[in-house]
Design a protein around this ligand. Structure first.
Ligand code: NDP
Length: 434
């Protein structure tokens, strides 16, 4: 922490994990003897690079690119790329650190990494985005490979960007391999990858509610934030499990549709036209638009699924949710709830599912995409979706078992941190001090 005092998001993610795993350390003196904690919080490698490209007006633009290769104890580095003006070293490190524990929880052989750039694709043409992706990959390709580091998408990196990135990697390396996941179906992508994080979030939430509350989505009112890849497919699955989803948001504001979000309209605006959420209220009678995205948590609900970005739900929002009767909060985004919000949920006995467990479905299906690429096969949607569901259910089970073993019965956050950590720590001890 001495070295990282100016990295608030990274420290926030680290403190949460270190606090949770305290009870484990007493039983495992070998972790201290092998410096596991000190090594765990220091990335194996962090590359920072210039990305220069030419915009539509012929002006040279310079952005900063990052890749953090955090931990390779249990597999090649794996984790997404984020393109957003708020991307900093602290943000990629927090995401990379979370990814180490998350990937371990999936039970697939993947280490943790993350990357991206402060490039803002808003208002940029396809051709500009392509040129940026090509410039970004021209440097990134030196550091990645199907057996070393396999990036994927994240905020503002979807099918279009992965296609451009893959094309440039193939051109420079003259190699057709599964070096990225989230690829188009025509060139090695997996069915159900697009849906995986949102669907997985609902499978996780449904299983946790079944085990801990003997309850489920049916008949519940759900508030979702965000309107990107994760949010849209969370809304889709929650609706098909019998819930009414009444909100969605973007960074400008949120919509409240008491009759239930019309997914075809939302997809048309957000996925097909890269439009703003405000347009939904212009098209759907009875729906309201409100400026300011954080107001989304004022809408009464039984279940809240934050699916936008880090620290989007603070302690004040948590108190409002609880006062309005919300009893379940599971995170589709990475670290959307502040530590203060998590404390409110704990004290109010809210069923709280942390992102590194609840949103692990995306990387889990990315892991399945890597397997399919290696075997040179493609599984059906149903087969992949069934594997996803079973992985999410087993994450609930392993989290609850770890929590119980260390005296924190029913605590999904402590359980996820312990279950994910122990596997990585054991592998680090076995491989020696590196
Ligand atoms: P997208 O780029 O598809 O969508 C992000 C959405 O969140 C957009 O609607 C964006 O709105 C909105 N948003 C961004 N910042 C804010 C904000 N401050 N308040 C409200 N809305 C905001 O990204 P994803 O759906 O892929 O990612 C969302 C979250 O899920 C991230 O935390 C990501 O790390 C996490 N995640 C994603 C996975 C995946 O498979 N894609 C896997 C696991 C986790 P706008 O259009 O205005 O920018």
């Amino acid at each position: 922490t001495r070295r990282d005092g100016d990295q608030p998001e990274f420290l926030q993610a680290v403190y949460e994990v270190l606090e949770s795993i305290e009870p484990v350390l007493a039983n495992h003196p070998e972790y201290e003897a092998n410096g596991v904690l000190e090594r765990l919080v220091e990335p194996e490698r962090l590359v920072k690079f210039r990305v220069a490209w030419t915009d539509a007006a012929g002006k040279v633009q310079v952005n900063r690119g990052y890749r953090v290769q955090f931990n390779s104890a249990i597999g090649p580095y794996k984790g997404g790329l984020r393109f957003h003006p708020t991307v900093t070293e602290s943000v990629v490190k927090f995401l990379g650190f979370e990814q180490v524990i998350k990937n371990s929880l999936t039970s697939l052989p993947m280490g943790g990494g993350k990357g991206g750039s402060d490039f803002d694709p808003k208002g940029r043409s396809d051709a500009e985005v392509m040129r940026f992706c090509q410039a970004f990959m021209t440097e990134l390709q030196r550091h990645i490979g199907q057996f070393t580091d396999v990036p994927a998408g994240d905020i503002n990196v979807g099918a279009r960007e992965i296609g451009y990135l893959f094309g440039q990697y193939k051109r420079i390396r003259d190699e057709y391999s599964g070096v990225l996941t989230g690829k188009g179906l025509e060139f090695g992508g997996s069915l159900a990858r697009t849906e995986a994080t949102g669907y997985g979030l609902c499978y996780y939430t449904a299983e946790a509610m079944r085990v801990l509350r003997d309850d489920g989505f049916s008949g519940k009112t759900v508030a979702v934030s965000g309107s990107g890849n994760v949010a849209i497919f969370a809304i889709d699955k929650a609706q098909s499990l019998g819930a009414t989803v009444v909100t969605a948001s973007d960074s400008s504001g949120y919509i409240h549709d008491p009759n239930g979000i019309q997914l075809d309209v939302l997809k048309d605006i957000k996925l097909d036209h890269r439009g703003r959420i405000k347009e939904y209220a212009d098209r759907v009678p009875g729906a309201e638009y409100h400026e300011g995205c954080n107001g989304v948590w004022n809408v009464p609900c039984d279940i809240a699924l934050p699916c936008a970005t880090q620290n989007e739900l603070d302690d004040a929002a948590a108190r409002t949710l609880v006062a309005n009767g919300c009893t379940v909060v599971c995170e589709g985004a990475n670290m959307p709830c502040t530590p203060g919000a998590i404390e409110v949920f704990k004290q109010s006995k809210v069923l709280y599912g942390p992102g590194k467990a609840a949103n692990a479905g995306g990387v889990a299906v990315s892991g399945l995409e890597m397997s399919q690429n290696s075997y040179r096969v493609s599984w059906s949607f149903e087969e992949t979706d069934a594997r996803l569901q079973s992985i999410m259910e087993s994450i609930v089970a392993s989290s609850l078992a770890a929590a119980e073993r260390y005296g924190h019965e029913h605590d999904l956050m402590i359980g996820a941190n312990i279950a994910g950590f122990v596997k990585v720590a054991d592998a680090m001890v076995a491989q020696g001090v590196l």
